[in-house]
Design a protein around this ligand. Sequence first.
Ligand code: PRX
Length: 632
Amino acid sequence: MQIKTLEEYLDTYRRSVEDPIGFWSEIASHFLWKQPWQRVLDYDWDKPEFRWFDGAKLNITENCLDRHLATQADKPAIIWEPNDPNEPNRVLTYRELHQEVCRLANALKSMGVQKGDRVCIYLPMIPELAIAVLACARIGAIHSVVFAGFSSRSLATRIDDAQCKLLLTADGSFRGDKIIPLKEIADRALEMSETQCVEKVLVYRRTGSDISLQEGRDYWWHEMVGQADTHCPAEVMDAEDPLFILYTSGSTGKPKGILHTTAGYMVYTTYSFLNVFQYSGDDIYWCTADIGWITGHSYIVYGPLSAGATTVMFEGVPTYPDAGRFWAVVEKYRVNQFYTAPTAIRALMKFPLDFVQRYDLSSLKVIGTVGEPINEEAWIWYKKHVGNAKVPIVDTWWQTETGGILITTLPDVLLDRPTFAGKPLPGIQPILFDDDARVVEGFPASGKLGIRFPWPSMARTIWGDHQRYKETYFRYPQRYFTGDGALRDEHNYYRITGRIDDIIIVSGHNLGTAPIEDVINTHPNVVESAIVGFPHPVKGNALFAFIILKQTPEDTAALAEEINQLIAREIGPIAKCDKIAFVPGLPKTRSGKIMRRILRKIAAGQTDDFGDTSTLLNPEVVEQIQKTVQQL
Ligand code: PRX
């Protein structure tokens, strides 16, 4: 399944476009099926509906675990590196991981979880998180992992939306020098839950914190799982049965529960993993993402394990105990493929080079980034100091909704170039189109980025809201719309220029502006607010809130802090605003729409050339806002 040369890439790509059915059925033949498919692909852009490998029966965990037992039962599947470098690490071989997954799967069944039930997972980056994901898949339960940095409110919203029956959590989590009281946060979420759908909670003891268990609802993990059988037959799943829900921010309203299904997701994540990282033999692969995000689902758990790889899981943060931690871990395990986010690179670049140079990084063969555009300076630093000026960088573009990497270079096959993600993987047909939905051919070209043919790991719906799925991603005919802008150069390489909707990527996390504004507006002293992004040297973008108050207090700094605390409580600390300006008004069009374009310019420090402001109802407010911002 691996492409090794440019000729092979061009050839494979051509074939994948000319004969997608033949191409994907050949790839899919490398997996373990309980029953073969009747049709490789059925689709309808208008409904929209996409069915891959329809009629096939399988269980993804047999592909991730059982099929490796015959040949490599003793190979490490997961190497877990704890937050504290002095705590012993944990290594789970494929045999051990298989046993642990079966054990938890049996415990879940004994707690009443059945095929199709939703299970919410709110756990730190410990092996049990990967085990939990796989245990759900083993019995056909749909997992919904919620990043353990989210607040009670965010957790409650997600639990209610998916109607989760069971919650898996821990007493607490270690992050750098902090302990986060996960169980307390989960308890509050369960109180807030409007539908009270969660019946039982399974609690893993991680920090040893003093917590309370609610009789009849809460159970200790070690008590339930310790006694469970290590054999659990895998549920027979249809190719299109749901595998998981993962929430991502929308530009308006509540978060979107992106639904991925079983067979297509498995095939695509495995294929892309093997090609993008060129994993082979006993390589050690490390993706630093959290399993709370799609990157962790696809490229810590499912892709690598299905490919039989050794995948490293890291509990901590890049700067604890110091800014050399990533590189210490690379040296410790002789990591061969390393995959991280531009924001982490930018954060580490600020420290003395000695933090990198102290370590032996000679094991690295591929280094990757994901989550946002990587700026040239960070790219060069990464290449030079981590990649010893020669290791290929893969700048991988994709989304929660795409399930897997769509645009990238391939190590030693396609040349890596700063600021360009690269070319489509086989099977992916990107297009650029203009405001009238007309496809822009040739190069140089720029426009909205779309994909004009289905691929196996595309999201199938938004949980409970197919209409929103249609309106968000299929509003243009015969294509998937990404929400990103891009340009294409003479080498047919794509550069992703960023979001073209009201989503802002802060430190690699997608944040919708409207939900944060909604939270700010609940403050009793707030009349109205508008949030825009502005360039930030480490985070990529940071949030700037413009707020109209009922009454201006003496201590505006205290009020700004109070508003940030409110945001942290309601959404999570990642949504806090770096800058807050209390302004007398917001620039509005005659139809009452806030002109965010102007706010973006002011937030970026621009002092003139605001473009056409003649359609503004209140042009005088622009100068007033500028003055306020200058005084910040
Ligand atoms: O704007 C693009 C940006 O991240 C968005 C998707 O975010 P999310 O669903 O959270 O998934 C992130 C991990 C896959 C995209 O619409 N993005 C992601 N990767 C890149 C990127 N922008 C530029 N270059 C990338 N490599």
